[in-house]
Design a protein around this ligand. Structure first.
Ligand code: NAD
Ligand code: UDP
Length: 328
């Protein structure tokens, strides 16, 4: 039985990856410190004999007994509000955390895949974004803590690959959504859906002309799965190229949810990328992968998930409390 360690297991993407690898017959070891994740996302796995959970901060030395075939490093705050609130933890998990995991991969002779992001392209001057674009990032801006942590993560991963011969994979994930996103993480989909369900106006930042391209979680997981099993060590974009402005997207959500509320406009966050769309030619050629779930279908499934949250969860709209983590 192949053994895989998944960091960030209690988060949105990490928990879906745990489900997928369990389904594929792997022994899955999930690791998380719950800083932005939730036990609820993995509760259904806790009694599964092929699943083991380790409560650990990956920025601290990782002691692991036994063999390990694969490592997926998905631990990191991922929403702009999360990484603004915990900037140092964000830098540490991308740098020290990645270093620890690469050391573990080297010691165990494991293949390791890291979760990089479209954010490494910054506010892109090339459109759509291809893997050979170097990006346009403000290192000292508020998003710099995330973008630079992820850029460092790619560099150290390539260094371990080239210098130590560790087998590595790099996925550049573009905005992914689906059930188990945290309602109050500030990302646009939970934000709009939560607002619609609570009967609040939808907050569009700026004039809403900035674009994003949203990928449904099952498609993203399929792309990551194929990349892990491929023999390609350089970065690969995995995302859905179907691009939309945030204003048009807010209108779609109003229609989908049937809310009678309106759009209100708020300030655009500093360095908010103005356009984002993955060029997925490489993933198509290399992995035979492309997304299958359209936005309409994916948003319906996601809205059903949020609709089924309890009243208490729905009204816990204030941001997650990070007290207890911040002095670590
Ligand atoms: P998430 O916040 O739901 O999950 C991240 C998980 O990592 C959480 O459970 C959190 O508690 C855990 N974590 C953070 N720091 C940790 C540490 N030091 N030690 C142990 N666990 C720690 O976010 P997500 O959307 O699931 O993102 C997962 C990964 O995918 C991140 O690396 C993110 O940068 C990347 N990514 C996600 C998207 C997206 O659209 N969802 C886009 C690009 C990249
Ligand atoms: N956004 C918005 N209203 C919100 C939350 C986000 O208009 O309540 C915008 C945000 O400014 C950005 C886009 O939606 O242009 C996507 O934001 P998100 O935080 O989901 O992810 P990003 O792609 O910026 O990391």
């Amino acid at each position: 039985m192949k053994k895989i360690l998944i960091t960030g297991a209690a988060g949105f993407l990490g928990s879906h990856l745990c489900d997928r690898f369990i389904k594929e017959g792997y022994k899955v070891i999930g690791m998380d410190n719950f800083i932005t994740g939730d036990k609820k996302n993995i509760e259904h796995l806790l009694n599964n004999s092929n699943f083991e959970f380790i409560d650990h901060d990956v920025t601290e030395y990782i002691k692991f007994e036994g063999s390990l075939d694969y490592i997926l490093h998905f631990a990191s705050p991922a929403s702009p509000i999360d990484y603004l609130k915990i900037p140092i933890q964000t830098l540490k998990v991308g740098s020290l955390g990645t270093h620890n995991l690469l050391g573990l991969a080297k010691a165990k002779n494991s293949r390791m895949l890291i979760a990089s992001t479209s954010e490494i392209y910054g506010d892109p001057l090339v459109h759509p974004q291809t893997e050979d674009y170097y990006g346009n990032v403000n290192t000292i801006g508020p998003r710099g803590v995330y973008d630079e942590a992820k850029r460092f993560q790619e560099s150290i991963t390539m260094a371990y690959h080239r210098f130590h011969g560790v087998e590595t994979r790099i996925v550049r994930i573009f905005n992914t959504y689906g059930p188990r996103m945290r309602l109050n993480d500030g990302r646009v989909i939970p934000a709009f859906m939560g607002q619609a369900l609570r009967g609040e106006d939808l907050t569009v930042f700026g004039d809403g002309s900035q674009t994003r391209s949203f990928c449904y979680v099952d498609d993203e997981v399929e792309g990551i799965y194929r990349l892990l099993l491929s023999d390609y060590a350089e970065p690969v974009n995995i995302g859905n190229p179907h691009e939309i402005t945030i204003k048009d997207f807010a209108e779609e959500i109003i229609k989908l949810t049937g809310t009678t509320q309106k759009i209100i406009y708020k300030d655009l966050p500093v360095n908010d990328p103005m356009q984002r769309q993955p060029d997925i030619s490489l993933a198509k050629k290399l992995l035979g992968w492309e997304p299958k779930v359209g936005r309409e279908e994916g948003m319906k499934i996601t809205f059903e998930y949020f609709k089924n949250l309890t009243e208490e969860e729905l009204h816990k709209s204030e941001h997650k409390d990070f007290t207890g983590f911040i002095n670590k």
